[in-house]
Design a protein around this ligand. Sequence first.
Ligand SMILES: [Zn+2]
Length: 76
Amino acid sequence: MKKLKVDDLGRIVIPKPFRKELNLENESPVVVTLENNSVVIRPEKAVCKCCGIFVECDRDFPLCQNCVEKIKKAYT
Ligand SMILES: [Zn+2]
């Protein structure tokens, strides 16, 4: 956990180790959402947790459509 301060323009700096972990470089697009009183910043592109390909990321646990279908089939 890192404690940060919002600057006078409402900005924070994402800590370098976090940027490295998420492969965020200069100009990397991110998606910002408000969830349960928290600001969540996710990379727009994330790696599918199942097969490792890049996917649009709109959830905590990114999965590609292929893997979603496979999982659905396995449980129906
Ligand atoms: Zn996948």
